[in-house]
Design a protein around this ligand. Structure first.
Ligand code: BDR
Ligand code: CA
Length: 313
């Protein structure tokens, strides 16, 4: 089993990512930690608790993390994409949480779990990288305990929030800079270049709606998100960014990767939050590289995600 911590800002696609991990026997879900992002921290934390309840996994500890970026305030949220509550205005359709957050904060909980771990732990950051930058900065001793960071973020050929920047990186570029080019931890980066190629269509969403209770519960959360993609991409469907990263956690190698150094633009110009991959240096042993997810068998991957979620309890 792969021990896993999910660091998240639910978020509709985060909801699918959590459900996918929760339904996977290969995964030992140690904790879910929350961060500001798609909506504010109060909503992302409440959503994480409710989603675990839906999945029948209320025993998984949830810890609250950063409510703002490391350095520069960032007022932008993604309520236009995910709804005012982060779940298309439908978070009230999820079961009430039977448990609250643990008293420890996200960084403390991650550090304690990593320090106690007897085998490498995967961390899946699928929101802004603030908690992860803080963890690595304040607890460097845990780095050897991290098997992989599997991060959803970045866009090599452009962004989804600005012309240059993807949402998670754009939300806290300084944190992303620290994690992607300031630390030597094995990292897979799953950028929008690939996640957009893995969009699901109306037939996939129909099959979801006809699935078990978890699948039906998720289906109810998709309306605003689906509407966003309808308006902006002119097609009926949606992009499950964060769930694509979780598929790689559950089935390592389902995404094909290529090693490359990545720098994050932290200036205040139009490129703020851009992720710049320097392919010239990909083979240079002196530079830190990350594994960038570049390709997958899209049909296989989407069938895998659907199968797991529709069979969920
Ligand atoms: C990322 O930004 C958020 O809106 C999604 O939840 C995902 O993590 C995609 O750019
Ligand atoms: Ca997210």
């Amino acid at each position: 089993m792969t021990p896993l911590i999910i660091d998240t800002d639910p978020g509709v696609d985060d909801a699918f990512a959590i459900a996918l991990a929760a339904a996977s026997p290969e995964i030992d879900l140690l904790a879910v930690t929350t961060v500001f992002g798609n909506v504010g921290l109060a909503h992302t934390t409440a959503n994480a608790l409710r989603l675990l309840e839906l999945c029948g996994r209320s025993e998984v500890p949830v810890a609250r993390g950063a409510d703002r970026p490391l350095v520069h305030p960032c007022p932008h949220r993604a309520a236009d994409v995910h709804g005012m509550d982060g779940l298309s205005g439908q978070s009230g359709t999820l079961p009430e949480p039977t448990r609250g957050v643990v008293p420890r904060g996200a960084v403390d909980l991650m550090a304690a779990l990593l320090n106690a771990a007897t085998e490498p732990v995967t961390i899946a950051p699928i929101g802004p990288l603030t908690n992860i930058a803080l963890l690595l900065a304040t607890h460097p001793e845990v780095k050897p305990k991290i098997g992989r960071l599997v991060i959803m973020g970045g866009g090599l050929a452009g962004g989804n929030t600005t012309a240059a920047a993807e949402f998670n990186v754009w939300s806290d570029p300084e944190a992303a800079h620290r994690v992607l080019s300031g630390e030597d931890v094995p990292t897979v980066l799953v950028p929008v270049d690939l996640t957009h190629r893995c969009a699901v269509d109306a037939a996939w969403l129909d099959a979801l709606a006809g699935g078990g209770p978890v699948a039906k519960g998720l289906s109810l959360l998709t309306e605003t998100y689906r509407q966003h993609y309808r308006q902006h991409q002119g097609r009926d469907g949606l992009v499950l960014h964060d769930a694509i990263a979780l598929a790689e956690v559950i089935r390592p190698g389902i995404l094909r990767t290529a090693a490359c150094p990545v720098a994050v633009e932290c200036s205040f110009g139009p490129s703020r939050g851009a992720t710049v991959a320097d392919r010239r240096l990909a083979a240079d042993p002196r530079v830190q590289t990350v594994q960038i997810a570049v390709d997958t068998d899209v049909d296989d991957l989407l069938a895998f995600v659907l199968g797991r979620i529709t069979q969920g309890r």
